[in-house]
Design a protein around this ligand. Structure first.
Ligand code: FAD
Length: 317
């Protein structure tokens, strides 16, 4: 079922989660162990992230270093199929531009369609660690906008081969990312919103936000989106703080602020156990306020913290 239909039919705020594929070599059981404790809250969908290749250097005989391309967390599509089959829940694979030619994207989308996957989150993807900025694959997409356009074309039965006759249209509901605190490369929020609107105009039907710890940022973002003609559901993405090192890691990786009152609470904590307690409490407060504001769905970035997500969901839903 298309998420946009689920969102519009639901009279109450839905619950959803994002999970990461396990590190290569780990079994799918680790995914089930993370989802099982949360099934009680009937997630409307489970997002599965996509992780592209990384380059590492391996020491070889004679002391020389070989540059090797590896994917540490493969399995996005397989995990989606497995969890749809096991839990009868909508699984949403993240589809990225990076590392894919347009043809590879087309073929990947055909696989998803054949698997019965109705929803995709279309993203540009992060740059690989050894590159200072995002470099598109030769023959691939530069921006998520181009990817949304390609998916939307396939939804109309238009594939890359223009001579292809009577091609079966795909039927994907397309989600995209939005940034209440602006995407880090955008010169300002208005410029970022211009491209966000372009993605919606190109066929995106809902937005999932980057994590934020200050609800005011989300509410302002929703208002400014509306003022700029963006009228699709905007799903807030929430992360439960779980370790002291995230005080610097989260702002660095996700380009977000930690509000001062929250920072002061976290600073007082002696260990990660206390941090987790404060993080859960903050996330419950955030969730309750968002619920009161009738947001379409509360989306939790579980990142291996399903027990903490369970504690929040228990207090909120
Ligand atoms: P875009 O929409 O392409 O925007 C990127 C930048 O370019 C922005 O600054 C925008 O303002 C600008 N821009 C957009 N279009 C144009 C244009 N036509 N011309 C000029 N400038 C333009 N990364 C992964 O690798 N895997 C994942 O699974 C993943 N999941 C995510 C889930 C969510 C909910 C979010 C919020 C992010 C996720 N990311 C993931 C990270 C994401 O890929 C990065 O934030 C990336 O840097 C931007 O992706 P985007 O889709 O927002 O890009």
């Amino acid at each position: 079922m298309k998420l946009v239909q689920k969102l519009s039919e639901s009279k109450k705020t839905l619950f959803s989660i994002e999970i990461l594929p396990p590190l290569k070599g780990k079994s799918i059981q680790s995914i089930y162990d993370g989802i099982d404790p949360l099934m009680e809250f009937k997630p409307a969908f489970v997002d599965v992230t996509y992780h592209r290749e990384e380059y590492i250097y391996k020491k070889r005989d004679g002391g020389y270093l070989e540059k090797v391309s590896i994917r540490k967390r493969p399995g996005t599509v397989g995990i989606c199929a497995a969890i749809m089959n096991k839990y009868d829940v909508e699984a949403v694979p993240h589809i990225i531009c990076g590392g894919f030619t347009k043809e590879e994207t087309e073929n990947a989308l055909i696989d998803l369609q054949f698997l019965g996957i109705d929803n995709v989150l279309a993203l540009r993807g992060d740059s690989i660690k050894t590159e200072p900025s995002f470099v598109p694959e030769p023959g691939g997409h530069h921006y998520a906008l181009d990817l949304v356009t390609q998916i939307n074309q396939m939804n109309k039965g238009k594939y890359m081969d223009e001579e292809m006759k009577d091609a079966a249209p795909t039927n994907f509901c397309i989600g995209i990312a939005g940034y209440p605190e602006k995407h880090f490369e955008a010169p300002n929020l208005i410029s970022d919103l211009k491209y966000l609107k372009a993605k919606v105009d190109a066929g995106a039907e809902y937005i999932v936000t980057q994590m934020f710890f200050d609800n005011k940022k989300y509410f302002e973002f929703v208002d400014v989106c509306k003022q700029n003609g963006i009228n699709v559901p905007i799903i807030p993405g929430l992360k439960i703080f779980s370790s002291k090192k995230q005080l610097t890691a989260l702002p660095k990786i996700f380009h977000i602020d930690i509000p001062q009152p929250f920072y002061e609470e976290l600073e007082k904590c002696k260990d990660d156990k206390q941090i987790k307690e404060v993080g859960i409490k903050w996330c419950i407060e955030q969730s309750k306020e968002l619920l009161k504001a009738n947001v379409p769905c509360l989306h939790y970035y579980t990142m291996g913290t399903s027990e903490a997500t369970r504690a929040v969901a228990k207090a909120v839903f």
